[in-house]
Design a protein around this ligand. Structure first.
Ligand code: GDD
Ligand code: MN
Length: 370
């Protein structure tokens, strides 16, 4: 008779990006911390180039509870956690970093809190009594405090540490939030809690946030921008995607760039109007493309030669958008010759939607290796 298959009670999802030297110490620490618990650890790797996957595969020869999800052409801790959670069936899911900054010894306490039925989400908190942060340089500590305060204020989070990357929750709670998640950047706990249709019971356990074992932090300038985008998306609500708002703002800025370039080309370079207009259009398309690449679609920017091909594609998409604009505007004008303002606005809205929809599908598609 086959042995009864055992579904793990707990899945620890561990996003990894170039963490080779942390794998073995982490697995040893998990084994020590989780005796008596049915667990699995699911690493979600975004195509690390340092041998991280090979280290996981080698460790899995000795530890069958390890699993690996390899994503190509993708980035982001939040989306890595979500896809890892979706690839498991365990009724309880934890999020944990691979660099041992999150003490695995806290996992049994988190699980006990959830099993006790009085708690749906257990959070390793740096900012409750008994918790602490590493010896971060002043800048990072101040940024962390400021971001925490912003999250608490704007999203009315009652947590002391809504930005913690170390937490555990019931799958049923995750399922309630998963369809509304923004999945932008690093702050997945905040994303989950502010996507829930009703409040859940959260308990914070003190976490002494340890120094990183090996390798270096992946947090960079993009983290601040991603945090801003996440806050904006949660405040605007799901009906008004923050990307569309950014795209529209970039487009509005493009009008200004166009006007300035036209003025300079005509008055400085003394070009005839049509040449000046052509030049201003090219400059506005180019600056819009770069702004969208590094702001609106900063999580999947085009780089190297792809930047050039992207610019050409974007130019093409915008040209068709301009034709659509003219088509809609002249159609409206034909039926209502006085309403030229409305016709102009409708044409503009038409090209905005076209440029956004086709641009995000063709120029900045989600799964594209750069
Ligand atoms: N798959 C994947 N993709 N993993 C990633 C990515 C990514 O794009 N970026 C980072 N990781 C992995 C790292 O390899 C590590 O295991 C974990 O995510 C955390 O990344 P760190 O670079 O170590 O982040 P940190 O220590 O500066 O910040 C952490 O602590 C903060 C305070 O709790 C994160 O957990 C933050 O979310 C958290 O706010
Ligand atoms: Mn870390």
């Amino acid at each position: 008779m086959l042995p009864k298959p055992c579904l793990p009670e707990l899945c620890i999802v561990i996003p990894v990006l170039n963490e080779r030297d942390n794998i073995v110490p982490l697995v040893v620490a998990l084994q020590a911390a989780l005796s008596g618990i049915l667990w699995e650890a699911l690493f979600v790797d975004d195509d690390s180039q340092d041998g991280t996957r090979e280290a996981i595969a080698a460790a899995a020869l000795e530890e069958p509870r390890l699993r690996l999800l390899h994503r190509i052409g993708r980035r982001g801790l939040a989306s890595a956690f979500v896809e890892g959670a979706q690839a498991s069936m365990a009724p309880v899911i934890a999020a944990m970093d691979a660099d041992l900054q999150h003490d695995p010894g806290l996992l049994p306490q988190m699980l006990a809190a959830i099993r006790s039925c009085g708690c749906d989400v257990a959070v390793g908190s740096r900012y409750v009594a008994g918790g602490s942060i590493v010896d971060w340089d002043g800048g990072r500590a101040a940024m962390s405090h400021l971001a925490t305060r912003l999250a608490r204020r704007l999203l009315r989070s009652p947590l002391h540490d809504p930005l913690s990357g170390y937490f555990m929750l019931r799958r049923s709670v995750f399922e309630l939030a998963v369809r509304r998640l923004s999945c932008i950047g690093f702050k997945i706990l905040l994303d989950i809690l502010s996507s829930l249709p009703h409040p859940v019971r959260v308990r914070e356990l003190p976490l002494a946030f340890a120094p990183r074992l090996a390798g270096h932090s992946k947090l960079g300038g993009g983290t601040v921008r991603d945090f801003g985008l996440l806050l904006a998306e949660k405040l605007l609500g799901p009906r008004l995607p923050v990307r569309l708002v950014l795209f529209a703002l970039v487009g509005l800025g493009g009008l200004g760039v166009h006007g300035l370039a036209l003025y300079l080309a005509k008055n400085w370079l003394e070009l005839p109007f049509l040449n000046a207009q052509l030049m201003a259009t090219a400059i506005a398309i180019g600056s819009n493309f770069l702004l969208n690449n590094y702001l609106t679609f900063a999580d999947r920017p085009r780089t190297g030669w792809n930047l050039l091909s992207g610019l050409l594609m974007f130019g093409l998409v915008c040209s068709v958008g301009a034709l659509n604009n003219l088509g809609v505007a002249s159609l409206l004008l034909a039926s209502e010759p006085q309403a030229w303002g409305l016709a102009g606005l409708a044409g503009g809205a038409m090209s905005l939607m076209w440029n956004y929809a086709v641009g995000s599908a063709l120029v900045w598609p989600v799964a594209r290796a750069t």
